[in-house]
Write a protein that binds this ligand. Structure first.
Ligand SMILES: O=P(O)(O)OC[C@H]1O[C@](O)(COP(=O)(O)O)[C@@H](O)[C@@H]1O
Length: 322
């Protein structure tokens, strides 16, 4: 089995970008250890604080954010960072080439029940000569990403990573601390019988999504002519990993549950990196109106609807939105 650095070098990854990716993974190894300690190290439960999005912060959210923030800023490889747990972007080394947006602990509602959580990251080039304190340097469409990935903390610790040359899957060898290549290239099957959606929101969905899901649930006697199965891990990192491994459709659509917040998932550090990983594995990632990677971001914590996964199934879903 091959270790991560030579794999990326063979894929044409620059030394600087490799060093930055290894820096992120060093923090993720520590997070993997802390998540694995659970109640033994007092990291479960919530803090009394809320992030700018009005979400109560879990202790592991804050810990993971601090680990990533400290190691990235100390590394000198980043001009600035954006995080789900930081109200504003944080300036770094003005001479650095890259900027990083990350969700330090996705699926945080799962931390206290020993279920799947993960770290999601997106790497872009810093505009030349730009000011590290200028938040607008993050306002780049997702197709500008030079790398994207997630680390999934589950029974084993898994990394899905792309630098635009396909999506590769690595597994952390906890004895040596190395990420080993365990899936040369993830290939998402074009067809599927599996979908993931939080069905408890059904009454709040738009008619197009209502009709699409009703036809899935109608089974082989219905308009789709086949039986579908549903899964929901309540952690995008876990649901997308399943899609990369065996196909499927994952969606968090627009809904009317909270008129001030029609969308759930964040563009910069959830939708964009996942969209790049999925597209590089042969899938589609869309909002229902446009390709996610073509969206021009307006805000750091902007939210978007997400429909992604197996090519033919996403196209079928989009057919209901036309
Ligand atoms: O609680 P719900 O509606 O099931 O939402 C779950 C979704 O929210 C998320 O947990 C995102 O929020 P966090 O990053 O704050 O955990 C996604 O990972 C997941 O797909």
């Amino acid at each position: 089995m091959r270790r991560l650095p030579p794999v990326l070098i063979d894929d044409g990854c620059s030394r600087e970008l490799l060093s930055l990716i290894r820096t992120i993974l060093a923090a993720c190894k520590e997070i993997s250890f802390r998540v694995g300690q659970g109640a033994l190290s007092g990291v479960l439960g919530s803090t009394l604080d809320e992030n700018i999005q009005g979400e109560t912060q879990k202790k592991l959210d804050v810990l993971s954010n601090q680990l990533l923030k400290d190691i990235l800023l100390e590394s000198g490889y980043v001009k600035a960072i954006a995080s789900e747990e930081e109200d504003y972007t944080v300036a770094g080394n003005p001479d650095a080439e890259y900027i990083v947006a990350f969700d330090p602990l996705d699926g945080s509602s799962n931390t206290d029940i020993n279920s799947l959580v993960g770290t999601i990251f997106s790497i872009m080039k810093a505009p030349h000569g730009s000011d590290p304190a200028d938040q607008t340097i993050f306002m780049q469409p997702g197709h500008q990403q030079v790398a994207a990935g997630y680390v999934l903390y589950g029974p084993c610790t898994t990394l899905a990573l792309t630098i635009g040359k396909g999506t590769r899957i690595f597994t952390l060898d906890k004895t040596h601390g190395s990420f080993m290549l365990t899936e040369e290239f993830a290939k998402i099957p074009e067809d599927t019988k599996e979908f993931a959606i939080n069905a408890s929101n059904q009454r709040h969905w738009q008619p197009a999504m209502q009709n699409y899901v009703n036809d899935l649930l109608a089974g082989d006697t219905g308009p789709r002519g086949k039986n579908f199965n549903m899964r929901w891990i309540a952690a995008m990192v876990g649901d997308v990993h399943r899609v990369l491994c065996r196909g499927g459709l994952f969606t968090y659509p627009a809904d009317t549950k909270d008129p001030n917040k029609p969308f759930k998932l964040r563009l910069l550090y959830e939708a964009n990196p996942m969209a790049m990983l999925v597209e590089q594995a042969g899938g589609i990632a869309h909002t229902g109106e446009q390709r996610i990677l073509d969206i021009d971001p307006q805000e750091i914590h902007q939210r978007v609807p997400v429909i992604l996964g197996s090519k033919n199934e996403v196209e079928a879903c989009l057919g209901y939105h036309k």
